[in-house]
Design a protein around this ligand. Structure first.
Ligand code: TMP
Length: 223
């Protein structure tokens, strides 16, 4: 695999989608900013759930509120896994094999945090299912954007309509945040915590610094 998989994670409203776009812009500037690593053949932005055709339909099922029938947590877990299996097989792997750098809005850590810590499903089972869905394809770098719950809730309120996952109560989202914290400790080799408190430019600069540090580290390891 010659490409690099960079994943953005965090609770809803932490600003990761905006920051992912900012990193894409920074990496796409005329002068490649990471002098220690060669520039990729292309930079490609994607997300979970919902990047493939199948995933678009699954995203609709997963995020549309349904007041008539509550989704069973295990059914929810399997739908996210199905989205990931399709995404990895049809898009991520081919893109990385072709040498692309992929910026992905959420990946397997979200399942661990949301369905594991959030919904309380068996974490060993989630590890196994993630392994099946990804075929062992792991992120090279995970940027965890950490912001306290009050601020993320305020942002979601300002944004208006909330989806089925965002409707979950504050205790659920606290557990999810705790899940990301535990993951950052467990996968400290590939995860960097980004303080997501601050204006857009400030957070974008923190991310650029983090990616530059990671690039230096990758270069040292490959030397
Ligand atoms: P987003 O695209 O706005 O981040 O919304 C996706 C939602 O799906 C978000 O609430 C997190 C949730 N999610 C899970 O619960 N498990 C997963 O495995 C993934 C990828 C997302």
């Amino acid at each position: 695999m010659t490409g690099q998989l960079i994943v953005f994670e965090g609770i809803d409203g932490c600003g990761k989608t905006t920051q992912l776009r900012r990193l894409e812009q920074w990496l796409s500037q005329p002068t490649w900013p990471l002098e220690l690593l060669p520039p990729p053949s292309r930079i490609w932005v994607t997300k979970e759930p919902g990047a493939t055709q199948l995933g678009t339909a699954l995203r609709q099922l997963l995020l549309t509120p349904n007041e008539f029938e509550a989704m069973d947590p295990t059914a929810e877990l399997l739908l996210y896994a199905a989205d990931r299996a399709q995404h990895v097989a049809r898009q991520l792997r081919p893109e990385l094999e072709a040498g692309g750098w992929v910026l992905c809005d959420r990946y397997e850590d979200s399942t661990w945090a949301y369905q594991g810590l959030g919904r309380g499903l068996d974490l060993t089972l989630i590890d196994q299912l993630n392994g099946i869905a990804t075929g062992g394809l792991q992120a090279d770098l995970t940027l965890w954007l950490d912001l306290d719950l009050e601020q993320t809730r305020q942002r979601l309120c300002d944004r208006g309509a909330v989806d089925r996952m965002e409707q979950a109560d504050a205790a659920f989202h606290q557990r999810v945040r705790q899940g990301f914290r535990e993951l950052a400790e467990r996968h400290g080799d590939r995860t960097l915590r980004i303080d997501a408190d601050g204006d857009e430019d400030t957070v974008a600069e923190r991310i650029q610094q983090a990616v530059s540090t990671w690039a230096r580290r990758s270069k040292m390891h490959s030397a």
